[in-house]
Design a protein around this ligand. Structure first.
Ligand code: UDP
Length: 239
């Protein structure tokens, strides 16, 4: 661990489900408040923070209400769901004093500004949090892939994959008391062990770009800060 942040610019991938807490659906403000508190803390330390937000708490192109629909149409609905989450997240950020900007991969200009890479970089340099909405803007992709893509585009040093568990384990820690957390894994090991950390497209992109992934728990107080400080927290997937 260092006494200053180990990273200057990070990209956090938050799933839509992270925003619903124990609810069955939608957005839970108390949960968003806690997540934003963790993010604001690292931003105050001078770390530039970008977030890619999912949409699974509202709509997914392959499940639930989408069954039987044309896949591309359903995926556009999923992307719109991420825009709603992005608005809620940025609203909560702005309330904590962390200035946030939402940028969308599909144009809905009256609602959010479009994603323009140099502008995103400018916001980050200014210390604003940037929330990337609408995934990659393309059907048949996921917000995990958007996280890898935007992470590479903005030159993030690390993609932080927020999960409910505090890292990648040898077995399900809720079912197996012998399960141990991997502190580090190479991309090759993670693929051989079929650990399913991110989907294959996202994983391949991070690997090609030599962009490390840290799996950590967004629900464990202080875990995000620990990761940013370079502590042995979560699981690092590296080249
Ligand atoms: N989606 C898409 N292209 C993208 C990102 C997302 O079509 O680049 C759609 C897709 O239907 C997906 C939904 O948006 O199911 C919500 O995203 P995701 O499942 O990645 O959200 P998460 O699981 O992270 O909440």
């Amino acid at each position: 661990p260092h006494d200053t942040p180990a990273h200057k610019r990070i990209l956090i991938k938050l799933s839509g489900e992270a925003l619903m807490g124990d609810d069955a659906f939608g957005i839970n403000q108390a949960v968003i408040g806690r997540i934003v508190g963790e993010i604001a803390e690292v931003a105050r330390m001078g770390v530039q923070v970008a977030v890619v937000i999912g949409g699974g708490n509202i709509f997914r192109g392959m499940a639930g209400g989408a069954v039987g629909m044309d896949r591309a149409t359903a995926d556009y609905m999923g992307m719109l769901a991420t825009v709603m989450n992005a608005l809620a997240l940025a609203d909560a950020m702005n309330k904590t004093g962390l200035t946030a900007r939402v940028m969308s991969a599909i144009s809905i200009d009256q609602v959010v500004e479009p994603y323009v890479r140099p502008k995103a970089l400018q916001y980050l340099e200014e210390g604003k949090a940037v929330v990337f909405a609408a995934g990659t803007g393309n059907p048949f992709f996921t917000t995990d892939t958007a996280a890898a893509l935007r992470g590479a585009e903005i030159g993030a040093e690390l993609v932080l994959k927020a999960t409910k568990v505090d890292g990648v384990y040898s077995a399900d820690p809720r079912k197996d008391a012998q399960a141990t957390r991997y502190a580090r894994l190479s991309f090759d090991e993670a693929m051989t062990k079929n650990l399913g950390i991110m989907d294959a497209t996202a994983f391949a992109l991070c690997r090609d770009q030599k962009l490390p992934i840290k799996v950590f728990s967004i629900f464990k107080p202080g875990a995000l800060k620990a990761v940013v400080m370079g502590a042995d927290e979560g699981t690092l997937v590296h080249v």
